[in-house]
Write a protein that binds this ligand. Structure first.
Ligand SMILES: NC(=O)c1ccc[n+]([C@@H]2O[C@H](COP(=O)([O-])OP(=O)(O)OC[C@H]3O[C@@H](n4cnc5c(N)ncnc54)[C@H](O)[C@@H]3O)[C@@H](O)[C@H]2O)c1
Ligand SMILES: [Zn+2]
Length: 357
């Protein structure tokens, strides 16, 4: 078993990474804390696969428990879902001593975390992430929230869980495309902070794709360690935390310009390649680095180029909207070498044109 610590003073919490730990969460909760009632929040897919079993194991451990379910998919990550879950919790008698459990991918984690942050002005919650993306990225860092018609993640709160339990075995049921989507963030973590970790992703490619439980544990642990270190140093995204946005400036614009047809991780892979090319143009990155990053992404079946049919002007207009919203210049995270990136706002329109074509 591995236990990592996210150090945030009195809001610090442990991340347990252990194959099979979904089976032992109930007894740990029964032994360790005294919530009056537990609300497992999940989507319909994950509730069917793991939610009912988790509820039964909590009940067997003598804990009062409800399973609160909403329909899966990003299109349900909105305030209506939050309102429905909160009403259901109120009707079922959840009080300030209750605890919510987020069981699912990043959508569930973001929704359930926001419900926990706002229900009765905040009740404790724990995260049991079940997609690779949620295990290596969204469950660590305390960002919660939902989408509104005007944009993604525009409503939310920073709210830390009491604990995170990661069971790599649940990835066995995750569709391959979702797995690869999460691998983009895993590769990103290596590029921004940790060369040995990045090299391990190349060396253990076969085991990683075969979901070897021991290797998966190392992959997830390495990524959580990198994200936790960055988040502990900078919880609210003033500066250091922005390095986690490597590949995301152009990635978000590509994702939006495709009408979200291109999934997030795939768009980030394109964005990481584009950011590396900007560095190449500036002379801060070399050809070898670009070759290295492209071959890693391709190996994991991730794209590196903007699809030819995607409207370049639209991508640029999304880059500009991003800039307006932040009220400052768009920042870019550029790699110098594997394990080392820097933040700059000095990227001209001509440099953008050169890489998005
Ligand atoms: N809070 C953060 O810091 C943060 C960071 C990155 C992304 N996010 C958010 O995360 C969301 C994306 O997360 P995601 O990619 O996990 O999407 P998701 O939650 O929609 O999960 C993807 C799909 O996989 C299914 N699924 C999940 N676990 C499964 C399992 N073990 N077996 C079978 N099916 C399973 C889900 O039902 C869903 O259909 C976005 O809304 C994004 O904004 C948040
Ligand atoms: Zn991302």
């Amino acid at each position: 078993m591995s236990i990592l610590h996210v150090g945030l003073d009195e809001r610090s919490y442990p991340i347990t990474i252990q194959p099979g730990c979904l089976q032992s969460v109930a007894s740990e909760l029964a032994a360790g804390c005294s919530a009056s009632r537990y609300g497992i929040i999940s989507d319909d897919t994950v509730a069917g696969l793991y939610g009912r079993d988790l509820r039964e194991s909590l009940e067997r451990a003598g804990l009062s428990c409800d399973l609160l379910v909403f329909d899966h998919g990003e299109q349900h990550k909105h305030l209506g879902t939050v309102g429905a879950l909160i009403s259901q919790a109120a009707r079922n008698g959840f009080d300030r001593k209750s605890m919510f459990i987020a069981l699912g991918g990043g959508v569930v984690g973001d929704v359930a975390g926001f419900v926990a942050a706002t229900y009765m002005r905040g009740v404790p919650f724990i995260q049991i992430p079940t997609s690779l993306l949620a295990q290596v990225d969204s469950s660590v860092g305390g960002k919660t929230g939902v989408d509104i018609p005007e944009g993604k993640n525009l409503v939310g709160a920073f709210y830390q869980p009491k604990a995170v339990y990661i069971d790599p075995e649940v990835l066995a049921t995750l569709p391959k495309k979702e797995y690869i989507n999460g691998m983009a963030e895993v590769i990103k973590h290596g590029i921004i902070r940790d060369e040995p970790y990045y090299r391990m992703l190349g060396e253990r490619f076969e085991q990683i794709m075969a979901l070897d439980p021991g290797v998966l544990k190392d992959v997830i642990e390495g990524s959580c360690r990198i994200k936790a270190a960055v988040v502990s140093a900078d919880e609210q995204e003033y500066d250091l935390r922005r390095i986690l946005n490597f590949g995301h400036t152009i990635g978000h614009a590509v994702e939006a310009a495709s009408g979200f047809r291109i999934a997030h991780g795939f768009a980030v892979a394109i964005g990481m390649t584009a950011a590396t090319r900007i560095g190449l143009g500036k002379g801060t990155a070399g050809e070898e680095l670009l070759k290295d990053i492209k071959s890693m992404l391709k190996r994991y079946e991730l794209p590196t180029e903007i699809p030819p049919d995607l409207d370049r002007a639209l991508i640029k207009s999304y880059l500009l909207t991003d800039k307006k919203r932040v009220g400052s210049r768009t920042s870019y995270i550029l790699p110098r070498r594997i394990g080392d990136v820097f933040i700059t706002e000095e990227v001209s329109e001509a440099e953008i044109d050169a890489v998005i074509g």
